[in-house]
Design a protein around this ligand. Structure first.
Ligand code: ADP
Length: 229
């Protein structure tokens, strides 16, 4: 569960990127985040992975609760807890952010290596993640040899290799042609159907029109929905 309570975020130059945002996203939901460029979508996502914190002055807070033992709050989270929070979520960006000097397998395996996962378990987890996005046959390829759609699928595999409770996706199809964009959207729906919460910032109305999923819309930092808490 993700909860924002009266969150305002002002950047150093006094620019208010979010203004009194209150919302709740339940575990297992698929939620779209929409709004014009500069509306505050990336800022909202950064507050969830605690790369940014709400203005203290305004007293707002963001809480992320995966289960009774995994509860994180921007008011109290230490750097160590932020690392722990991020171990239970996956983040996918518009520009993929793959390591150019590692092959597909190693890009996906890296996070598991850092946490000291035994080799056998690591192999099976990486293979499962690559299979989920349909890219197992490219496991030895270097990122620069892959198409944009393939690179994004590797990035999704990397985000999923931990079996996260939550996936945050910031314009994940922004650099893709319609066919690849649809494939990436299909993968996110499948990930959600398996139980992972997905919050996806997007400009693409083809995804959210006629979709059963909830849509949160920001306009100049103000949430346009009356969210039920
Ligand atoms: P979106 O993702 O909807 O395009 P952002 O959250 O990236 O919106 O940005 C919201 C507003 O905050 C924009 O006006 C942007 O210029 C500003 N902003 C974002 N990051 C920073 C920053 N680090 N410092 C100052 N202003 C920022």
């Amino acid at each position: 569960m993700i909860q924002f309570l009266h969150v305002t975020k002002t950047y150093e130059d006094n620019w208010k990127a979010l203004c009194d945002v209150t919302l709740r996203i339940n575990q297992g939901e698929f939620v779209f985040l929409t709004g014009h460029s500069g509306a505050g979508k990336s800022t909202l996502l950064k507050l969830i992975y605690m790369d940014e914190r709400p203005d203290e002055f305004h007293g707002g807070e963001v809480m992320v609760q995966f289960n009774k033992d995994l509860v994180f709050d921007t008011k109290t989270a230490t750097e160590k807890q932020v690392q722990e929070l991020r171990r239970h979520m996956g983040i996918v960006f518009q520009d993929f952010k793959l390591l150019p000097d590692r092959n597909v397998f190693e890009n996906v395996a890296l996070a598991l290596r850092i946490t000291g996962t035994p080799e056998k378990q690591l192999n099976s987890r990486v293979f499962d993640a690559l299979a989920l996005v349909g890219i197992s046959q490219k496991r030895l390829a270097m990122p620069y040899t892959l198409s944009g759609g393939e690179q994004q699928r590797v990035a999704i595999a990397r985000a999923m290799v931990h079996n996260p409770y939550l996936i945050l996706a910031d314009e994940p199809t922004g650099n893709l042609d319609p066919e690849n964009a649809n494939e990436v959207f299909r993968i996110f729906k499948e990930i959600n159907a398996r139980g992972t919460t997905v919050l996806m910032a997007t400009h693409n109305p083809d995804f959210y029109m006629n979709s059963p999923f909830r849509r949160l819309t920001l306009s100049h930092g103000v949430l346009q929905n009356r969210d039920i808490l």
